[in-house]
Design a protein around this ligand. Sequence first.
Ligand code: ADP
Length: 257
Amino acid sequence: YQKIELSKNRKDEMTQMGIAFNEMMEQLEENYNKQEQFVSDASHELKTPLTVIESYAKLLSRHGFKNKAIAEESVNAIINETARMKEMITQMLVLAKGNGQQTQKTETIDLYELVESTLQSMRTAYNRNFILKGEGPIYVNTDMEQLTQLLFIILDNARKYSEKEIKTTISEDEENTVVAILDYGNGIPKKDINYIFDRFYRVDEARNRKTGGTGLGLSIAKEIANRLSIKLEIDSTVGFGTTIYIFIPKSPILINF
Ligand code: ADP
């Protein structure tokens, strides 16, 4: 009787091990596929600016020495596309590093002061009206450096995809401190909203080309948000503008990868 009981247990253990093994393999396969997809997307995305650079370099060598306007246009395009490629590579490195062992610090910071100083850097760099409503201090526990990076990504998008002032407010609900960043820009069509956090996804690439983005900013923002247990929400209306909400939990669970 005892023997049967033992082997039954062993059978359960074997089943459990089998299930755990399958789950592990599925996870490995998923990670591998994601990695493969990333390499293939990255190569494709890097090829686009390179093709533009190549064609302008050819144009420059064929006509640029006789025609000053063509020379100027070509050189500018080459400079812009090189800058875009450089930015893309920098962001890819950030994403690659995120896959490694990135650790989070928790520190108590004055969010109001952090947002204000980030806005001040944006004002200086872009000569735009970045408004902060309300008053500080408002304390949160989070990783300051990573939150700053997240704020820069969202603010930079608000600036790139709009022309008027950008308004930031900080409020609180029971569980979160909420930063809302509002712009009066193009807005994001409903059909695109679910994809804009995907790597390399850009709404209307042709129209966006002049903004010189990479399509990687929001995927980095999402990764930072996951690490810091921050929730991001978008409220956008085409032709009116976009608000991005950043929910910073009052009792954060920081995930170390
Ligand atoms: P990009 O480098 O293209 O800005 P992101 O990943 O940061 O890449 O954003 C993805 C896309 O989401 C952008 O190309 C743009 O089409 C759209 N987007 C992001 N933020 C805004 C915004 N505030 N207003 C309008 N569109 C936006």
